[in-house]
Design a protein around this ligand. Structure first.
Ligand code: PLZ
Length: 447
């Protein structure tokens, strides 16, 4: 155990939420930090271990969000902490393009090995998901010498100018932050729950419309990349129908378009596979990773076909901190934990338990319109009973109830009515059950 003292893997409240210390600290937060920052849970966290977050009042809370899908290997995972301590004592920064070090190389070797496909692959490391998406687009444009980027409704790719332009939702991500980047073309996303066409032909119908639009409105020879989240994250865990992603990948291949999978939220064992694209054996030309890759430290990657990744002139890619040695050490520990602790199996097990419970609740509470997801990436979409009208109020009430009982659960969705479950993959069955019991109480408490 490399953390100070073990933190019991139990939910335990010693004050109301938020406690007095959190309240005081939140007043300082309001006074000192930009008003543009959101706040999901009114608790100030001091320590974290496994699937428990402890706040400054001493409350032990269940982490059902993993810092938005980051702490897949559990908070302060031993293998991560040990490597980080060793690294921070040996060397913290050189800038990889000034004087390289092994951690960066080793992380890239692992990424190249884990990415689908047996072809030659190469990687680039940067600091955040948005920076990785930007670099993927930059490289795809350089490789194809084409300008256009195809993205989808409900997509989320980041908050920088280009990635904001790639992101679909206006509030809160884009409103008033324009002008946006050009040559971004948004296509309809097949959203099974809200589809107006026949469910059986949704994949085909969507693909047909998209390929028609690309051919007639953009011109295939102008398209550098098709960029998609294989399961959409912030958009509300929208899982496209089977056949859709393979059709897009084939279309890209046929027309020399770079097919980029944004696996920032869906990657690294979250769905019970290394990547969500593994499910249908889709082989993207490039995969963007971040979040889960480094067990809580900032790191992101772009991995792609070697010919694409090598098409950029020397020194065309880089950045001061990209692939920082401490973040790389964390990634090596996190990937080791995913392999050794068999976290893909754990994610599938969590998916089974979570999915069964959510479907049981759906049977009891008609405001749960849809249960969807894969592995430990599951969500429910809340509606007004008997309709598909979004029910934001119920979502807020459920989250508020769970927070007051010490279970921290995230929301999502274009229509602000989705509750998403992203527990750390090492969560115990007992803690998982406890959190789901609280969720059930929350639904029972609704008027
Ligand atoms: N691509 C698929 O989910 C980040 C955003 C949190 P960064 N999602 C969480 C917030 O409110 O800003 C994300 C993602 C997908 C890209 C990103 C961007 O990753 O590391 O936040 O830049």
């Amino acid at each position: 155990m490399y953390s100070k003292t073990p933190l019991a893997q139990e939910r335990h409240l010693v004050t109301a939420i938020p406690g007095p210390k959190s309240q005081e600290a939140l007043a300082r937060r309001a006074a000192a930090t930009s008003g543009g920052l959101g706040l999901t849970f009114p608790v100030v966290i001091e320590r974290a271990q496994g699937a428990i977050l402890q706040d400054i009042d001493g409350n032990s809370l269940i982490d059902f969000g993993s810092g938005i899908g980051v702490n897949n290997v559990g908070n302060t995972n031993d293998r991560v902490v040990k490597r980080v301590i060793d690294q921070v004592q040996s060397m913290t920064h050189t800038c990889f393009t000034v004087a390289p070090y092994m951690g960066y190389i080793e992380v890239c070797e692992l990424l190249n090995e884990l990415m689908p496909g047996t072809h030659a692959k190469k990687s680039l490391l940067v600091n955040s998901g948005a920076e990785a998406v930007e670099n993927a687009v930059k490289i795809a444009r350089h490789f194809t010498k084409r300008p256009a980027i195809v993205v989808f409704e409900h997509a989320y790719h980041g908050r920088t100018n280009l990635t904001m332009s790639l992101t679909a939702k206006n509030m809160p991500y884009k409103d008033g932050f324009g002008p946006f980047a050009g040559e971004v073309f948004r296509m309809p996303m097949p959203y099974p729950y809200r589809a107006i066409t026949n469910a059986a032909t949704l994949a085909e119908d969507s693909f047909e419309e998209i390929s028609h639009r690309i051919e007639k409105e953009i011109g295939v020879h102008n398209v550098a990349a098709i960029l998609i989240e294989p399961i959409q994250g912030e958009g509300g865990f929208i899982v496209p129908p089977k056949g859709f992603l393979p059709a897009l990948a084939d279309f890209s291949k046929k027309h020399g378009i770079v097919f980029i999978a944004d696996e920032v939220q869906s990657g690294f064992c979250r769905t019970g596979d290394w990547f969500a694209v593994n499910d249908e054996n889709v082989i993207p030309d490039m995969v963007v990773t971040a979040k889960g890759i480094a067990g809580g430290l900032p790191l992101a990657g772009v991995t792609g076909r070697a010919d694409i990744m090598d098409s950029v002139h020397v020194a065309g890619l880089g950045g001061t901190y990209g692939g920082n040695p401490v973040a790389c050490a964390a990634a090596l520990g996190a990937i080791e934990s995913m392999k050794e602790d068999k976290l893909n199996d754990r994610a599938r097990h969590i998916g089974q338990v979570l999915g069964d419970k959510l479907r049981e609740l759906q049977g009891k509470y008609p405001i749960i319109g849809d249960v969807r997801g894969r592995g430990a990436m599951q969500a429910i979409e809340l509606v007004k009973a008997g309709t598909k009208e979004p029910n934001t109020q119920a979502m807020q009430d459920v989250i508020k109830y769970c927070t007051s009982k010490g279970v921290l659960i995230l929301t999502a969705g274009t229509y602000v009515n989705v509750i998403r479950f992203l527990p750390p993959l090492i969560i115990s069955d007992a803690l998982l059950k406890d959190a789901l019991d609280v969720l059930e109480e929350a639904f029972a408490s609704l008027k």
